[in-house]
Design a protein around this ligand. Structure first.
Ligand code: KIV
Length: 266
C-alpha cells in the first residue's frame, strides 16, 4: 500500500537520488487520476487561471479561486503531497498578509504546502511563512507572475543573468523553503543549482539534471491546442477525442439515436 508523501520524504528523495514527480491538478477527478498514476506531489498551480479559466496570464487569479481549486483537489484524498500555489499579490504586500493567505491554504484549503514565486525579493516573506511551520516551495527563473517585467515568457538566466538566478535559488533555500521550482532556465545552470543546493530542485523547462520535474496536466494531455512550449512532452492527445465524443453525441440526439430504451425509465 502506497504511503502518503510527506515533506521529509521529498527531502529524502533528493539525498537518495530518487527523482521527484509533480503534476498540476485543479479539480477532484483530475487529482484522483494523477494520484493513481503515482505522482509524488500535486501542484494546484495558478496556471489554473490560464488552462482552466482561459485568462491571458496568471495575474488575475485570486485567493478565493485558488482556495476553490485546492479544496477540490484535497477532497480526492491523494497520497501525493498537495501544494497550493500562491496567486499574484497574495504574498507580495507584506509578511502579515502573506502569513494570513498561506495559512488559509492549509487551514481552509487543506493543502500541505504552498508555493511562492520569487527569489531574493521574497526571501523575508518566505522566512516569515516557514517560521510559522508552513512548508514553502520556492519558484525562481521564469516566474510567470513577472511576465510584464520579463516582456513575455522568455528563458531566464542566460549569460550574465545566471548568477542572479543562482542567488535567488540560494536565498529561497536560506529562507527555509523545502524545495524550489526552476522554470525556464538553461539546463547547465539548473544542473549547477541542483548540485549546490541541499533542497530538491523541481524543473520545468530546466533540463534533466533537476531532482524532479513538474508539468501542467493540460499540456501533457494535449488539452491546450493553442500553444505547446518546447519543454512539454505530450503523453496523450485528448482534445480531438473530446471533440469527437461531443460531435457523436450531437449527431445521435439530432438523428434520434439517443436516448434509446436502454437509457430510459419505464
Ligand atoms: O502554476 C503552475 O502550474 C506552476 C508550474 C508551472 C510550476 O507554477
Amino acid at each position: 500500500m502506497r504511503k502518503k508523501t510527506t515533506i521529509p520524504e521529498i527531502l529524502l528523495m533528493k539525498s537518495e537520488a530518487r527523482k521527484i514527480t509533480v503534476l498540476t491538478a485543479y479539480d477532484y477527478p483530475t487529482a484522483r487520476l494523477v494520484d493513481a498514476g503515482g505522482v509524488d506531489a500535486i501542484l494546484v498551480g495558478d496556471s489554473a487561471g490560464v488552462v482552466f479559466g482561459g485568462c491571458e496570464n496568471t495575474l488575475p487569479v485570486t485567493m478565493d479561486e485558488m482556495l476553490y481549486h485546492v479544496k477540490a483537489v484535497v477532497r480526492a484524498r491523494p497520497k501525493a503531497l498537495v501544494i497550493a500555489d500562491m496567486p499574484f499579490m497574495a504574498c507580495q504586500s507584506g509578511e502579515l498578509e502573506a502569513l494570513k493567505n498561506c495559512g488559509r491554504m492549509l487551514k481552509e484549503g487543506g493543502a500541505e504546502a504552498v508555493k511562492i514565486e520569487g527569489g531574493t525579493n521574497m526571501s523575508s516573506i518566505i522566512r516569515a511563512v516557514t517560521d510559522m511551520d508552513i512548508p514553502v516551495m520556492g519558484h525562481v527563473g521564469l516566474t510567470p507572475q513577472s511576465v510584464h517585467r520579463m516582456g513575455g515568457y522568455k528563458v531566464q538566466g542566460r549569460k550574465d543573468q545566471a548568477e542572479k538566478i543562482l542567488e535567488d535559488a540560494q536565498a529561497v533555500q536560506d529562507a527555509g523553503a523545502f524545495a524550489v521550482v526552476l522554470e525556464g532556465i538553461p539546463a547547465r545552470l539548473a544542473a549547477r543549482i541542483t548540485e549546490l543546493l541541499d533542497i530538491p530542485t523541481i524543473g520545468i523547462g530546466a533540463g534533466p539534471s533537476c531532482d524532479g520535474q513538474v508539468l501542467v496536466i493540460h499540456d501533457i494531455l494535449g488539452l491546450c491546442e493553442k500553444y505547446s512550449p518546447k519543454f512539454v512532452k505530450r503523453y496523450a492527445d485528448l482534445a480531438p477525442v473530446i471533440t469527437e465524443a461531443a460531435r457523436q453525441y450531437v449527431t445521435d440526439v439530432k438523428e434520434g439515436h439517443f436516448p434509446t430504451e436502454e437509457h430510459s425509465f419505464s
